[in-house]
Design a binder for this molecule. Structure first.
Ligand SMILES: [Zn+2]
Ligand SMILES: [Zn+2]
Length: 511
C-alpha cells in the first residue's frame, strides 16, 4: 500500500495526477506509440472529472496501473488498467478516466448504502473498505488475493465473506496478495504466499510436476503469526514483501528479502514477521511514525519525521542492486527536513515537507511520474529534488503507482491555473449557449469543462461574474455535483461533447 494514513482529522483536497495515463502501455514499451507518448502528463494536472469533488484519499501502489479515489462523502471512483476486472466495471476493458463504482448496477446492489473509507490496489486486484468494516474485492483471484474461495476473476465488487465478523480498519495489497488490519490491531493475510509474504510461516510451495515447483493459493484470511501480542496500527506492501508498524513505533517485516528490503541486514526471505532492529534501538527518536513500501524498497519516517530508506531504489551505485541498503538509512540530501507524508511507487519515491508547501521526489523513472514538468531538464532523479510545479501548493497526500502519481492539494490561486486532464481542444469563438462573442466582460468559464458562457446565458442566469469556483449546468445538472447522493443526476466529464460551438472565452472571473 502506497497510501499513507493522514492524521486523525481528514482534510480533503483536489486530485492531481502526473506520469502516463496510457494505462495499458505502462512497462510495455512494445505497445508504445505516438499517441501513448502524448498521454504522458509531464507536470501535475487537475483531474477534470473530479475537480468539483472533495477527495480524501487517492490510492494506488507500486505494482498498480490502476487507482481508487475516495470522496469525503464516501464515494469511490476507479480507473486504469483492467485486464483482470480490477476496475469493477463488469468488463476487462481499460477504464481511461475515473468511473464512479456505484454507477455499475452490480456494485451498487452489492455495496448498498455503505460509505467507502479506504482501498488498496495490487497488480490486478482491488480491495475496498466500507465504514461498516466490511471489505469488497474485484479483479484477479487466481491466488486467492480477493479472499474469495472460488479462485475466479471477478469483474464487479464482491463482499469478502471470509472477513465478515471482523471489523477491518485498513487494507494493503502487494502484487498478488492482500493484508487486512482489524480494529484489534491484528493482521489477516491472503493470496500469494510464494515468498512468505502472508507471514503465516510457509511459502506454500509444492511439487507441481517433475522438477517444477508451484505455490498454492491461500484465499482464506489467516492471522499473521507472531504479532498477536502487538497492536498494529499501520500496514504496507511492496511487490512481495510486507511491513507493519505497531502503536509503540516498532516495525516488523516479512516476505521476499531480496536487496535487503526487509531491513534485517540480509537478503533472506522471512516466513514470519521479524522486528527491524533499527526501530527497536534504545533511542526513542528511532521509533517509527509512518511506513510505506516501494516495489523493491521500504521507506519510513522516524520520531522526528525524518526519512529512512532501505532496499534497492535505483539502478546504479549506492542503493542499487549492486549496493542495496540492507538496513534503514537516512537520506543525506534530506537531512533536517521534517516530512508529513511519504509514498513509494514502482520506481518513484516521494516525501511531502511538513513545514513548507514543498514536495520532494526522486527515482529512476520512465514516465515523468515525478512531475518535474515541461520546464525541467530532467524527468528522473537519483537524488531528492523539489517538484517545482508544486512549489507553493499545500499537499496533504501523495500516492505513487506504476508509471503515475497522484497528489491531494489544497485549493489556492496557483492551483486554479493548473492544466486539467484530460486536455480538451481549444475552442474558437464565443459563448457556448448563444454562439456570440459580444459582451466579453460578461463571459465566464466553467471551472470543469472550460466552456465559455455569458453570465446571462448561464442556467440559472447569473447577475455577475461569481467569486470562487463556478460550474455550468451541463457539468452540474440541476445543481448536482458528481459527488451527489443522487447518482442519476450526476454526469461525469465533458469529453466527446459537441465541439461545433466555437469559443475563446477569457478567464474573466479570475481577473
Ligand atoms: Zn451567450
Ligand atoms: Zn462545465
Amino acid at each position: 500500500m502506497a497510501e499513507i494514513q493522514a492524521p486523525a482529522e481528514q482534510s480533503s483536497g483536489k486530485l492531481l495526477i502526473c506520469g502516463t495515463t496510457a494505462w495499458d502501455v505502462i512497462n510495455r514499451k512494445n505497445k508504445a506509440t505516438e499517441e501513448t507518448e502524448s498521454q504522458i502528463l509531464l507536470s501535475p494536472h487537475l483531474v477534470r472529472d473530479l475537480i468539483d469533488v472533495k477527495i480524501v484519499k487517492a490510492i494506488t501502489g507500486p505494482t498498480a496501473c490502476h487507482s481508487v479515489v475516495i470522496s469525503e462523502k464516501g464515494h469511490a471512483w476507479v480507473f486504469g488498467r483492467n485486464e483482470k476486472g480490477q476496475i469493477g466495471n463488469k468488463t476487462k476493458i481499460c477504464q481511461d478516466y475515473p468511473l464512479k463504482i456505484t454507477s455499475v448496477t452490480e456494485n451498487r446492489s452489492a455495496l448498498g448504502i455503505r460509505k467507502i473509507v479506504d482501498a488498496a490496489t495490487g497488480r490486478n486486484h482491488t480491495l475496498l473498505l466500507c465504514d461498516s468494516g466490511e471489505v469488497f474485492a474485484c479483479g484477479d483471484n487466481r491466488l486467492g488475493q480477493l479472499g474469495l474461495t472460488d479462485l475466479n476473476d471477478h469483474t464487479t465488487f464482491k463482499l469478502v465473506t471470509q472477513l465478515v465478523g471482523k471489523k477491518i480498519v485498513q487494507l494493503a495489497c502487494g502484487a498478488d496478495f492482500s493484508l487486512a488490519l482489524t480494529d484489534k490491531g491484528q493482521i489477516l493475510a491472503f493470496g500469494s504466499q510464494e515468498y512468505g509474504q502472508l507471514g503465516n510461516g510457509t511459502d506454500g510451495q509444492f511439487i507441481k510436476s517433475a522438477g517444477k515447483m508451484a505455490t498454492s493459493p491461500q484465499p482464506y484470511p489467516l492471522l499473521v503469526k507472531g504479532l498477536q501480542d502487538k497492536h498494529i496500527v499501520q500496514i504496507a506492501c511492496g511487490v512481495n514483501h510486507s511491513l507493519a508498524r505497531d502503536k509503540d513505533g516498532y516495525v516488523y517485516s516479512w516476505g521476499f528479502g531480496g536487496y535487503g528490503r526487509l531491513g534485517h541486514g540480509e537478503q533472506k526471505d522471512a516466513m514470519v514477521p521479524q522486528s527491524i532492529s533499527f526501530f527497536a534501538s534504545s533511542s526513542e527518536m528511532a521509533r517509527c511514525t509512518e511506513i510505506t513500501c516501494g516495489a523493491t524498497c521500504s521507506m519510513a519516517l522516524d520520531g522526528q519525521k525524518q526519512v529512512l530508506l532501505w532496499g534497492k531504489w535505483k539502478n546504479t551505485g549506492d542503493g542499487s542492486s549492486g549496493q542495496p541498503w540492507m538496513q534503514p538509512k537516512y537520506i543525506y540530501d534530506l537531512n533536517g527536513w521534517k516530512m508529513k507524508a511519504i509514498s513509494a511507487g514502482s520506481q518513484s519515491l516521494f516525501a511531502l515537507a511538513a513545514e513548507e508547501a514543498t514536495a520532494i521526489a526522486w527515482g529512476q523513472v520512465q514516465s515523468s511520474e515525478l512531475g518535474f514538468g515541461e520546464e525541467s531538464a530532467v524527468k528522473s532523479a537519483t537524488r531528492p529534488q523539489k517538484i517545482e510545479p508544486l512549489e507553493g501548493i499545500t499537499l496533504t497526500r501523495v500516492s505513487g503507482g506504476m508509471g503515475h502519481t497522484m497528489f491531494l492539494a489544497q485549493p489556492n490561486d496557483k492551483l486554479q491555473d493548473f492544466p486539467k486532464w484530460p486536455v480538451l481542444p481549444e475552442f474558437e469563438g464565443g459563448c457556448v449557449k448563444c454562439s456570440k462573442g459580444d459582451n466579453e466582460d460578461q463571459i465566464l468559464l466553467c471551472d470543469k469543462c472550460d466552456n465559455p458562457m455569458h453570465t446571462y446565458c448561464a442556467v440559472p442566469a447569473l447577475k455577475d461574474i461569481p467569486e470562487g469556483e463556478w460550474y455550468c449546468d451541463s457539468c452540474h445538472p440541476n445543481g448536482h455535483s458528481p459527488d451527489s447522493e443522487d447518482e442519476g443526476a450526476a454526469k461525469t466529464g465533458k469529453r466527446g461533447q459537441d465541439s461545433g460551438t466555437g469559443k475563446a472565452g477569457k478567464k474573466q472571473k479570475r481577473g
